[in-house]
Design a protein around this ligand. Structure first.
Ligand code: G4P
Length: 194
């Protein structure tokens, strides 16, 4: 097992909590408060995995993906692009956009990305905090394809392996790299895959 996976498992067991059988709360170091030193290790682990793949941009979806994506981009030495859920009130005519359905939140939202920051010469890595149903990642892929860029893969800090995101994305030929995989959440207990 990779060192970062072991560290994440320990951190999730000490600071995380299961909300029912579907939601893992990790507000103390990922979603509300952010642990910068720990996030730096996460960014480095993701960058190491994709270091030989000629990545030119790291892409994430606001807001919780920004911290790991930024640190990963720092280690890869490339820019990070933030896909936005709230299109800018000004200059919103120069955007790629797509609609995403969130199963977790039971809402639809518009995801946008400026046409200025990606083109056919880019080879892109998607980084996010969670992989659940894979809807956000699939929407991100649609925007990247609109820009005619290619996709190297997707990395997430936490994958909920009991939801179908991983299989869905792998079926589309994507390299899916989760740092830690949750097998199940049951009676307040957290079970890891492996
Ligand atoms: P999907 O993209 O994999 O299909 O996931 P889904 O739409 O179901 O998830 C919607 C939002 O809920 C995403 O954040 C996702 O990261 C988050 N999420 C999903 N499962 C969990 C979980 O078990 N724990 C936590 N903490 N978050 C979860 P978002 O709406 O984009 O929010 P944010 O990035 O602004 O924080």
């Amino acid at each position: 097992m990779e060192e970062i996976t072991k560290l994440l498992q320990e951190k999730i067991l000490t600071e995380g909590s299961a909300k029912g059988s579907e939601i893992l709360k990790v507000d103390s170091f990922i979603n509300h408060q952010v642990d910068p030193a720990f996030m730096d290790l996460i960014g480095k682990a993701i960058a190491d995995h994709f270091s030989q793949q000629g990545i030119t941009k790291v892409v994430t979806i606001e807001s919780s993906g920004i911290a790991p994506a930024l640190l990963c981009a720092k280690y890869l030495g490339v820019p990070m692009v933030i896909m936005k859920k709230q299109p800018s009130a000004i200059l919103n005519d120069h955007l790629y956009h797509t609609e995403i359905t969130s199963f977790t939140k039971k809402t639809k939202y518009e995801l946008t990305m400026s046409m200025d920051y990606m083109n056919e010469n880019d080879h892109v890595l998607i980084v996010d905090d969670f992989l659940a149903n894979g809807e956000a990642a699939t929407g991100a892929m649609r925007l990247i394809r609109q820009a005619h860029a290619t996709i190297a893969g997707i990395s997430v800090i936490i994958e909920k392996s009991f939801q179908p995101g991983h299989e869905k994305l792998e079926a589309q030929g994507l390299d899916v790299y989760p740092l830690v995989q949750i097998a199940a959440l049951e009676d307040g207990k957290i079970f890891f895959k492996d």
